[in-house]
Design a protein around this ligand. Structure first.
Ligand code: ATP
Length: 213
């Protein structure tokens, strides 16, 4: 039986950029994932409100993933009112997809290191594998982790994604892309070009709708 392993990439996507897309693409192309769900956050719990509206962020993700095999937009968090906790979204997905489906939450290194600030973060390991993409080529170091996170890492680290539905932490060497949404917003604010940092369709949308000016 073919193993199903669904990748989940959540983010503010303010805006979505080629770093996000490269992370998903590299995982998908290595045939590690059956598909990748891109889930834009409505109201992120532990950061400022995004600059672009939920509608614009959703539209940019839609444009970025369309015609890309294996990539799908999932708008459940944006449709929901109030603050979104990842653990609630993953509980919902797990209920829909069943106990046997493999689920992998894709995180950049910065997001992984901040995991202990997330609501009920230890429950995430019952729901998903955590795949940590090296950001700008840097590998994970326990010295940078909180004691609780380092303990989880020691207990759960695996060399590659196992056949189980959830519970491990896997480090993943993506081709590094040193881009952040913050950098893109700043460049646009200064009226500088962000060509090559986002897909053309997204760049067009940003310019036509005067986002981040
Ligand atoms: P911001 O600069 O506004 O904080 P961001 O570029 O980090 O945004 P998010 O939408 O917050 O983008 O990120 C969603 C996920 O994508 C996070 O897990 C983050 O670590 C990861 N990510 C973002 N940019 C990259 C990148 N260039 N390489 C690898 N992972 C990335």
């Amino acid at each position: 039986m073919k193993r199903v392993m669904i990748g989940i990439l959540g983010g503010t996507f303010d805006p979505i950029h080629n770093g996000h897309l490269r992370m998903a693409r590299d995982m998908y192309d290595q045939r590690l994932l059956s598909k990748v769900l891109f889930i834009p956050t409505g109201h992120p719990p532990h950061r400022d409100e995004p600059q672009a509206s939920a509608k614009d962020r959703l539209e940019m993700v839609r444009l970025a993933v369309e015609y890309k095999p294996g990539f799908e937009l999932d708008d459940r968090e944006i449709k929901r009112d109030g603050v979104n906790y990842t653990v609630d979204t993953l509980t919902e997905l797990r209920a829909e997809l069943g106990e046997k489906t493999g689920l992998s939450l894709l995180l950049g290194m910065d997001a992984f290191l901040g995991l202990p600030t997330w609501h009920e973060w230890q429950r995430l390991f019952d729901l998903v594998h955590i795949v940590v993409a090296r950001r700008a080529g840097k590998s994970l170091k326990t010295a940078e982790m909180s004691a609780e996170l380092a303990a989880q890492w020691q207990q759960r680290k695996a060399i590659k994604l196992p056949l189980t539905p959830a519970g491990t932490i896997v480090e993943f060497a993506m081709r590094p892309v040193d881009i952040s949404a913050t950098q893109i917003r700043e460049l646009l604010h200064e009226k500088q070009s962000v060509e090559g940092m986002v897909p053309y369709s997204v760049l067009n949308y940003i310019l036509q709708n005067h986002l981040y000016e």
